[in-house]
Design a binder for this molecule. Sequence first.
Ligand code: ADP
Ligand code: MG
Ligand code: MG
Length: 210
Amino acid sequence: DEDAQREALLDAIENVAARLATEKSHLTELDSAIGDADHGANMDRGFAAVVEEVEGVDDASVAEITKTVGVTLVSTVGGASGPLYGGSIMSASGELEEGITAETAVAFAEAYLEKVQDRGDAQVGAKTMVDALTPAVHTFKKSIEQDDLDPLEALAKAVDAAERGARFTTPIRAKKGRASYLGWRSVGHRDPGATSTLFILETLLATAED
Ligand code: ADP
Ligand code: MG
Ligand code: MG
């Protein structure tokens, strides 16, 4: 029911914030190789603010809470990733107005990916978060709609796809974002945003599994 979904969502948010706090120096290290060494701090600051913002929401719907996550990330993360993560979560949140089901989760994931691509104009292979996100969303949708897996199994498949996508950012050259200024020198480094996307998906899966 509505209360259980809200609790599950709030747990997921807390777990994501905790994971990103743990990974702060890891993500910053990745960003120091091909960017400006702030991605870990950006994500940690953003999700810490989100946890404060959603604390004590007693009767907000999952769509409203999700929208608050996006709004808060937009105003606290900054950089390239703030509007991409925050703005896209904000606009995809409308897909959860009927609550969280396999169907609305797919709609949310697709709307989120579409917004990230609209805003960032990055294709797969540009060495960005899109490289982890795109295979994850496509795998999630296919697992539910064609393979008839339950949402938890579908999310596990999506995490595997994101893992491969994030790994694939290492050998390629950046075509978008700060890392693209390095041209060929960006080769051999894993993309920070693809990695944070993977961490978030892994944490959503771990939360859903318990
Ligand atoms: P900034 O680069 O402004 O310091 P962050 O360090 O927080 O911002 O985020 C960098 C990440 O943002 C990159 O690793 C990449 O995954 C993602 N990114 C940057 N530009 C784009 C874009 N145009 N489309 C998609 N993702 C992007
Ligand atoms: Mg940066
Ligand atoms: Mg920056």
